[in-house]
Design a protein around this ligand. Structure first.
Ligand code: PA5
Length: 421
């Protein structure tokens, strides 16, 4: 992974030490070095209770930090490998989406993950209830049909223990959106056939490079300083990924950045934040790029490129009548074309001289590089959060919405009880 910054700034002093200190209380920093034997044991037990080969569908019921991470990783790897299991996501209460996801899977041969750190998220539990009833209605055995991933001692864990199911824990000091490299992300990915050790190795390489004075330390510190210092003028950070397979990765980035950095500052009443935008090239070159190049100077751009797509399909060398002028594309591999497009975007942006640009280049899409990218973005978020003086790891804004919904449900229940009397 290479990261080139096309802007310069003096790194804010003291910030590295704050991140070093944060490792004592914030759990995600330790995840790259975790011992995965608990997952090896889980898989072994899983195979002893289920016909592993017969299970073709794995479905996650979860939302936010409990679904976006594994979705991002699986979606990226699906572009380069054929998995013999499919991963589905129930991450919405939209009835059409519940129905269409159900239509895509063979429910008898599906293993379900219910992932919720708190164990009480209404979206997740409501969909779980629906699927549970469906299984019961179809007389499908519930025995070891579910894996619950939640906080140790949560009510969801207590529920899981009322029947035969698997339970895995999210470490208490690992927050939802930082939990992709915990059991919340690793367990479903492992079951689906992802090499989770290589994911962790990639994350470990970035962690070591950052904490042990490697190449990524200076770059990350500079980039974070730039974003924090310019948060009032360049307050929109676009991640422009040149691969469709990274579209869910940009969703994960949007959640991580938005939910971590949009806050009231510590010890002040100022509301601050940086707005994340996920873009996909070349599609958004014909859309959002206009706004970046000629619109308000309030956006930074990170162009994410894949050096080697490991795919050589080419534009055929044929001439189309009346379109002879376009023969100049003949024989060019699509992987080269998409990278030329990314380079053209970078040049167009740099030409303007007043748009902060940096580029991240992954050699390939594989577990190791995706692990690197994840840990890179987690570290960047922590650094910017420290510099903007916010609590990166809480989400009071989201919690307030959850409370209001609970109130509405109580009111609804009260009305229906009254009606039935
Ligand atoms: O990052 C977060 O903490 C949130 O996005 C949560 O992941 C999300 O609200 C789901 O919460 P839970 O995992 O408790 O169901």
């Amino acid at each position: 992974m290479k990261n080139s910054l096309y802007f310069n700034i003096k790194v804010e002093e003291g910030i590295f030490d704050k991140i070093v200190a944060e490792q004592k209380s914030i759990g995600y920093y330790a995840l790259p070095e975790q011992d995965i034997s608990y997952l090896l044991n889980y898989l072994e037990e899983f195979k002893s209770k289920n016909d592993y080969d017969a299970i073709k569908d794995i479905a996650i019921i979860g939302i936010g930090g409990s679904s976006l991470g594994p979705k991002a990783i699986f979606r990226a790897l699906q572009g380069i490998r054929d998995f013999d299991k499919r991963l589905h996501l129930f991450e919405s209460t939209d009835p059409a989406s519940i129905r269409s996801t159900l239509n895509k899977l063979d429910i008898k041969n599906t293993h379900f993950f219910v992932i919720s750190k708190s164990g009480t998220t209404i979206e997740t539990i409501s969909v779980y209830k629906y699927i549970l009833s469906l299984l019961k209605a179809k007389d499908i055995s519930l025995d070891y049909r579910f894996t619950f991933v939640t906080d140790d001692g949560s009510k969801l864990e207590a529920h899981a223990k009322t029947f035969n199911s698997f339970v895995l824990h999210i470490p208490v000091n690992v927050g939802g959106r930082f939990s992709v490299l915990s059991a919340a992300g690793l367990a479903p990915l492992f079951l689906a056939g992802v090499d989770i050790q290589r994911l962790l190795d990639g994350a470990k390489a970035i962690k070591q490079s950052f904490f042990e004075d490697g190449y990524i330390k200076e770059t990350l510190l500079k980039k974070a300083t730039y974003y924090a210092k310019n948060s009032m003028n360049y307050n929109i950070n676009t991640l422009f990924a040149y691969s469709e397979s990274l579209d869910s990765f940009t969703d994960w980035y949007v959640q991580l950045w938005g939910e971590s950095l949009g806050k009231k500052q510590r010890h002040s009443s100022f509301n601050v934040g940086l707005t994340p935008v996920g873009l996909i090239g070349p599609k958004d070159q014909h859309s959002f790029l206009q706004l970046i190049v000629e619109g308000l100077r309030d956006k930074s751009v990170t162009v994410l490129k894949i050096e080697n797509f490991d795919d050589k399909i080419k534009i055929p060398a044929i001439t189309l009548k009346e379109l002879e002028g376009l023969d100049l594309m003949n024989g060019i591999a699509f992987c080269d074309l998409i990278n030329m497009q990314a380079d053209s975007t970078i040049e167009a942006l740099l030409d303007k001289k007043d748009i902060p640009v940096d580029t991240i280049t992954l050699q390939h899409i594989d577990e190791e590089n995706i692990g690197k990218l994840i840990f890179y973005y987690e570290l960047l978020t922590s650094l910017v959060g420290q510099m903007m003086n916010v609590n990166t790891y809480d989400q009071p804004g989201v919690e307030s919405g959850k409370k209001i919904l609970e109130g509405k449900l109580i009111e609804e229940k009260r009305k229906s009880v009254k009606k039935s009397k």
